[in-house]
Design a protein around this ligand. Sequence first.
Ligand code: ADP
Ligand code: MG
Length: 438
Amino acid sequence: MNGGDVLLQMEHVTKVYGRGERRFTAVKDINMTIRDGEFVALLGPSGCGKSTLLRMITGLIPTSEGSVYYRGQPVKGINPYATMVFQTFALYPWLSVLDNVALALEARGDMSAGRYIQAEKLVDLVGLDGFENAYPRELSGGMRQKVGFARALAVEPELLCLDEPFSALDVLSAEALRGELMELWTGKQLPTKAILMVSHNIEEAISMADRVIVMGKEPGHIVTEFTISLPHPRTRKDPAFEALIDRIYGAIAGRTEAEVKEVGSAPGAPGLTRVLPRSSVNALAGLLEHINPFKTPYDIYKLEGELAVEMADLVQTIEMAEMLGFATVSSGDIQITPLGQAFAEASILTRKELFAQRARRLPIIQWMIQMLNAAPNQELPWKVFYTALLPEFPDEMSERQLDIAINWGRYAELIDYDDRDELLTLDLSGGKAAVSAN
Ligand code: ADP
Ligand code: MG
């Protein structure tokens, strides 16, 4: 599969949104190649810049640094070789299915009578024959999305870009549409040379793609990639499929490993300040209670369904558990530690103590406590912390990091925060538990 001509190439692509104080780096130093014949999936948590990459590839937005090449030519403005199918396709409600598709042909300048014959072919191709004259409101979500595909295919794009095309559909429609798309693709019935699909669903990516590129966030970057050579149609029950799920999960959760090495610093200290995962004590408690009965490593992949949470959120909670020493993670499995078991089984008060004991070890919390200790009346404006964190993180993240630290600190009764005067204080009441521990 990898022998095809290079269609798309991204070289050191960075995208920064906003300007001045509001600058935000969405993706950083992305290198990627897509060849003729490939179906590539971009997999990653929400916010890691997947849609941003598609927008630069289709030419909807420019890069900030680096270049996108299509067949060796730099992409400037709209890329005529690529089209995009969005999560929910905006169909014109006053036009029939056929007219909606024909309109895409008109948009590229085809005003011939033949455009209706072509539109009809596309409607058939996606399995909507008989619905040519139906209006969007008469169609199910899955059928509407098929019209979306037909419209995207109308311009015969060499590169078809799909941005989470199944995620707005119910489970069964999504499964059916995936199957139909794969039939068309593997049967070489599409006028398309390559597909790039964005997904945040591991199973979806493995079941469809030849190659899965795993992305991480803050800022968005490529973590690693996997080649999937299983024959189609693929089934989840295949042990090789299961093994891939574990490996890819490992790569996603493994993102924590790099960050673990950054522990030991705080603002002002050398090295990077460790990023606190975006999760809550409630989510942490839920996770630990769930895995507590299992004393052996537990398949992380199963947790997504069992806890009914999104993978992106789950990864954050798992990272929180790992960071606090309540669990360990390796190759797609999570294992609760004795401390985690104690937490899962403890009363509310003991939980607070255990949490406080661990949270005090986190450099950023330590740093906040030290700052407050040194301040008159042990209080400081929120702004002081925010400003001190700015050199460490992009500003949006600096605020979020501080929010998380305050939430954790409050729960642990180490730090107090008054929203009205935006003042942080050392919690001298409940802090006892934490002071006696450690
Ligand atoms: P994904 O598709 O992986 O969920 P996006 O590419 O949509 O991620 O967004 C990546 C990051 O860039 C997010 O943090 C998002 O808030 C931010 N972002 C996206 N579009 C804009 C924009 N137009 N202006 C500022 N920030 C943006
Ligand atoms: Mg997106």
